[in-house]
Design a protein around this ligand. Sequence first.
Ligand code: COA
Length: 148
Amino acid sequence: MTEPQGSAPLPSLAVIGIGTDIIECERIDQMIEKHGQTFLTRVYTTDEIAYCKQRKAANQHYAGRWAAKEAVLKALGTGWAHGIQWTDVEVVNQVGGKPEIVLSGVAEKISRDMGIAQMMISISHCKGYATAYATAVGEAPSPKGSAE
Ligand SMILES: CC(C)(COP(=O)(O)OP(=O)(O)OC[C@H]1O[C@@H](n2cnc3c(N)ncnc32)[C@H](O)[C@@H]1OP(=O)(O)O)[C@@H](O)C(=O)NCCC(=O)NCCS
């Protein structure tokens, strides 16, 4: 591949992990009904709750974030181990709606140790279901024997 003239070579990126999840939106309604605020604050950050609760179909947005968190855990390859908290994985929407993942706590440490530079996410939801797909990308290791 030819590099653009005058610019530094771009690092090659590698896919380090992928993960996907799907959830019935009704399950979120049931958990809110049963556990109320305790459920919400255990799973979602303050900003996520603020984002979801101001929307008409709040349960779909909560369900989308649930699926996103599970998908990220799959991309990390850890599951809910090592003391990872639900709130370690946060969905933040950019202007225009594009979601991004912000990691903190144990999830952030694991991600750093794995050499993950960015956790990409895509979320979709309708009345019945919410789904998300996560892709963890990082710098590709240099080929064995290549000069640094
Ligand atoms: C992005 C878009 C195609 C989503 O499609 P949809 O069928 O309506 O909804 P889906 O259920 O499939 O997806 C919803 C999710 O898409 C994601 N999304 C929203 N905007 C996005 C964007 N610009 N890029 C990538 N993902 C986006 C969000 O995560 C959203 O869920 P959330 O609000 O709970 O975080 C649609 O919202 C769109 O065309 N947006 C254009 C931008 C726009 O209208 N912005 C208005 C404010 S400037």
